[in-house]
Design a protein around this ligand. Structure first.
Ligand code: DX5
Ligand code: ZN
Length: 222
């Protein structure tokens, strides 16, 4: 019933071979492509922007999940939408008072809207805007880099957000991002997450398809 979707993060891909890397995860059974957009201001790292989304759009029909780790994301929402992102997630910390407006703008662009919270941001930062969300992304590491350790404390927020969405009678995707591997994935799913982002656990594996199945829980993860 609650199907788990796997969203490999291309942050751990070889950027010089992006086309091949996306084709590889698609063939391996990925459900979404997670694109980590970092501006060097909201997070202490810089990745890529609109042009990458546009070019990846041309080579895959998988849904593109653009995780915007940028300040003033409202300035770029329309551009990412036009570039072909299907889901656009914006950080509550970056939006502040304009979170509801920014989520509305994403929806007006015809895209799925998501609100993201860092490990030290309470669930109460997104609960009031759940009616405007198709997805909530709970960060299980501080954003900026792949390969960090999973912060298990965030699992209670996953539960809290799931309960709040249920009490609204709303089905919402709950995505979790950071340190997801075959050991942490079942904990996240048990807490209520149904979209698992994984960078190093997928791109660092010698067998991508086996890595994705292990995260999905379709093979013994012990
Ligand atoms: C972190 C990014 C994540 C990251 C996850 O800022 O948002 O998507 O790539 O990488 P892993 O799975 O290696 O923790
Ligand atoms: Zn991400």
């Amino acid at each position: 019933m609650n199907t788990v979707k796997i969203a490999p993060s291309v942050l751990s891909a070889n950027f010089a071979e992006m086309g091949k890397e996306v084709a590889k995860i698609q063939a391996a059974g990925a459900d979404l492509v997670h694109l980590d957009v970092m501006d060097g201001v909201f997070v202490p790292n810089i990745t890529f922007g609109i042009k990458m989304v546009e070019d990846v759009r041309k080579i895959t029909d998988l849904p593109l999940d653009a995780h915007l780790m940028i300040v003033h994301p409202e300035r770029y929402v329309e551009k990412f939408a036009k570039a072909g992102a299907d889901i656009i997630t914006v950080h509550a910390e970056a939006c502040g008072d304009t979170l509801a407006q920014t989520l509305t703008l994403i929806r007006q662009c015809g895209k799925k809207a998501g609100a993201v919270i860092n490990p030290d941001t309470p669930a109460s930062a997104v609960i009031p805007v759940l009616p405007l969300c198709d997805m909530v992304l709970v960060m299980s590491v501080f954003p900026g880099f792949g390969g960090q350790k999973f912060i298990a404390d965030v699992l209670s927020k996953v539960q809290e957000i799931k309960c709040a969405a249920e009490s609204l009678g709303k089905t919402i995707d709950i995505e979790i991002d950071g340190g997801i591997d075959p050991k942490t994935a079942p904990l996240a799913v048990q807490a209520g997450a149904n979209v698992l982002v994984a960078g190093s656990a997928v791109f660092g594996a010698s067998d991508c398809a086996a890595a994705i199945s292990a995260l999905r829980g379709t093979k013994n993860a012990q």
